[in-house]
Design a binder for this molecule. Structure first.
Ligand SMILES: *[C@@H]1O[C@H](CO)[C@@H](O)[C@H](O)[C@H]1NC(C)=O
Length: 399
């Protein structure tokens, strides 16, 4: 027994160091063995350190992570507040509760309602509050954000919304060089890969096919506004390839002189120096506009979905864009989840949020049980869309 104690005393600083470094390391740099050694050896203490807090919760050896996602908000602050509150992301004052590890919004915050400015600023506030509490907000640009930065500012926008900016010109300025445009450039992406487990690295770590033999290699979700089409040529490396295209295209759009609003002026289109890949990003089959996962027949969709999940290193794809006004739509056993339910009053859909509750629990010295519960949260009811349990044998070093 004294030998065991000696071993523990020696391991303590090593494991502490591993825990400290884990959030900074990319997944391939973190040996799974090191992580599992820590996980099986020590009781975790609750921590408020931002990086570590995201990875570990109080309560011995079980790991938990809670992700909440919300679809198209389209300028409706009161409904957005209701939705985030009922999903536990914010309190009644609109502040981050800390009960959720990651909050994801899949784009289309703008247009159809008058609260565009308020909503973007609120998302920025939540991003800061989340960061301070060890959580994270992941924001995405939808086709409506892109349409506006391209210059289609009067096609979908209500005159009352334009008034909140002052004028169309002021609105365009705020979406390019102003506070909203700066926030888009710094903190919004086209897509995300969100890990269920920290062994995969921080959010938006690229999927590395060399790690495919690890049982946790695909323990992640993708989020995007429209959809990741099987035919889309720029899927990999996921998600950095798509997000690099989004970043460069947004920069070109924000840097050009704002074109006169369309209509009545002609459709300005993408900048002249946009590359073919940037055009594909914004095309019908690109991640911002694709609707195939929502509208194609079940057999067709389910025959194609695994290929995309495989390539992107994920188990599920979550998207907005194609509304169902009654419910969150789950297809192919929850591999595809469509979360646009027309939350904005202009659509009169149902108020909804998606909750993903992940746990990894030790069952024996070398055995672990993974559980993912995917729940549609509505105002007065909840519906479990998937409850998947996997048994993992061995430790995390089995790759
Ligand atoms: C991006 O988010 C970070 C973290 O919350 C924040 O500190 C920063 O100010 C944001 N950047 C912009 C331009 O909004």
């Amino acid at each position: 027994m004294p030998r065991l104690l000696l071993l523990l005393a020696l391991l303590t600083p090593i494991c502490g160091l591993a825990l400290y470094l884990a959030p900074y390391a990319r997944s391939q740099d973190v040996p799974f063995k090191l992580y599992s050694l820590f996980a099986t050896t020590f009781d975790r203490k609750p921590t408020h350190s931002p990086d570590v807090g995201l990875l570990f919760e109080a309560g011995a050896r079980e790991f938990r992570r809670k992700i909440v996602a919300v679809g198209d908000l389209h300028g409706d602050m009161p409904n957005a507040q209701t939705v985030l509150e009922m999903a536990g992301v914010v309190d009644s004052g609109g502040h981050w509760t800390g009960d959720v590890d990651l909050f994801v919004q899949t784009g289309d915050i703008i247009d159809r309602g008058d609260d565009t400015i308020k909503l973007y600023h609120w998302m920025d506030q939540l991003r800061d509050e989340a960061q301070a509490a060890g959580g994270m907000v992941l924001s995405h640009l939808g086709n409506h954000e892109w349409m506006n930065v391209i210059g289609m500012s009067s096609l979908y926008v209500f005159p009352s919304e334009i008034k909140t900016f002052g004028s169309i010109a002021k609105r365009q300025k705020m979406l390019s060089s102003g506070s909203i445009g700066k926030s888009w450039a710094a903190n919004y992406t086209v897509t995300s890969r969100v890990p269920l487990h920290p062994a995969l690295g921080p959010p938006n770590t690229d999927y590395d096919p060399a790690l495919a033999r690890s049982p946790l290699s695909h323990a992640a979700l993708s989020f995007v506004h429209g959809g990741l089409a099987p035919s889309y040529p720029d899927l990999t490396p996921f998600p950095s390839r798509i997000n690099a295209l989004g970043h460069s295209l947004l920069h070109k759009l924000q840097a050009r002189d704002p074109p006169p609003p369309h209509p009545p002026h002609p459709y300005p289109g993408l900048p002249e120096d946009a590359t073919p890949s940037e055009h594909r990003l914004y095309a019908t089959d690109g991640p911002l506009w694709y609707r195939g996962w929502a509208v194609d027949p079940e057999a067709e969709v389910c025959a194609k979905v695994d290929e995309v999940l495989e390539k992107t290193g994920t188990r599920r794809m979550v998207m907005g864009h194609t509304p169902d006004f009654e419910r969150i739509v789950s297809r192919c056993g929850g591999k595809i989840v469509i979360i646009d339910t027309g939350i904005c009053h202009a659509y009169g859909g149902v108020l909804s949020a998606l909750s993903i509750d992940y746990t990894l629990t030790p069952t024996s010295e070398r055995g672990w049980r993974e559980r993912e519960v995917v729940t549609a949260v509505y105002k007065h009811r909840r519906e479990i869309l998937a409850d998947d349990v996997r048994e993992l044998q061995g430790d995390f070093s089995m790759n």
